[in-house]
Write a protein that binds this ligand. Structure first.
Ligand SMILES: *Cc1c(COP(=O)(O)O)cnc(C)c1O
Length: 220
């Protein structure tokens, strides 16, 4: 595992960080990655994240990458470093109010749906543009919107994946220049997983979320 992490790290430019996606893997596997220097871990289920948070070293930077239900926000807000998957104003509002209660400003990314598969999650580029044009973020001082997250289609067609990452990158540039987000805070582009992170690197991803290539297949 240490070798997998080292190999991936060598491919990443200095501005790109590795999120080790550890969902469904036991705490011992995370500890092994930790011992090889990995500090950022991504989880997609609140209960699993809480159990690992309790058990593992406190200098781990936890990222939440899955669908987040509003009634579970309160459990992770006290310690979460970055929530990648904000896809509604309702969720953003709940994160804001829970963050206010514990005196934090929580870093979040907006999840954008660019893949061709149907998905219940993620804002479309158009709905995101339209929503932000009303400057809604001003109402949520306990949330800092730091950029965008997205997933490409699950396909072998590299040109399609390339196009989708390109779409996400252009939306990122457009929003950063729009005046509707805080351009100084808007610096992260979370895209690229085990099978497609090399394509994401071409489009300037700053956070690659890699599970299988580090930990092996997941047992669901
Ligand atoms: C599981 C997951 C990943 C990691 O996928 P791998 O193919 O195992 O690298 C990345 N991003 C999200 C949102 C995920 O749910």
């Amino acid at each position: 595992m240490a070798q997998h992490i080292a190999t991936i790290r060598q491919e990443l430019p200095s501005g790109t960080r590795l999120v080790a996606v550890s969902k469904f893997h036991p705490a011992e596997a995370l500890m092994e990655a930790y011992e090889s220097g990995q500090r950022i871990f991504g989880e997609s289920r609140v209960q699993e994240l809480m159990t690992k948070y309790e058990a593992l070293p406190k200098d781990i930077e936890w990222h939440f990458i899955g669908h987040l239900q509003t009634n579970k926000v309160k459990y992770i807000v006290p310690f979460i470093a970055l929530i990648h998957s904000v896809d509604s104003e309702k969720l953003l509002a709940v994160i804001d109010s829970e963050a206010a209660k514990c005196g934090r400003v929580v870093d979040c990314l907006l999840e954008i749906h660019v893949a061709s598969e149907e998905s219940k999650y993620g804002l479309t580029p158009d709905s995101c543009r339209e929503w932000l044009s009303g400057n809604p973020l001003d109402r949520y001082p306990h949330v800092r919107v730091c950029g965008l997250m997205g997933m490409a289609s699950l396909t072998d067609d590299e040109s399609r994946i390339d196009r989708e990452f390109g779409e996400l990158k252009s939306l990122f540039d457009e929003l950063k220049a729009s005046g509707h987000v805080d351009a100084r805070a808007f610096v992260e582009l979370s895209m690229g997983m085990s099978h497609d992170y090399r394509l994401a690197l071409r489009h300037g991803t700053t956070l690659v979320r890699i599970g299988t290539s580090i930990f092996g297949e997941r047992n669901y």
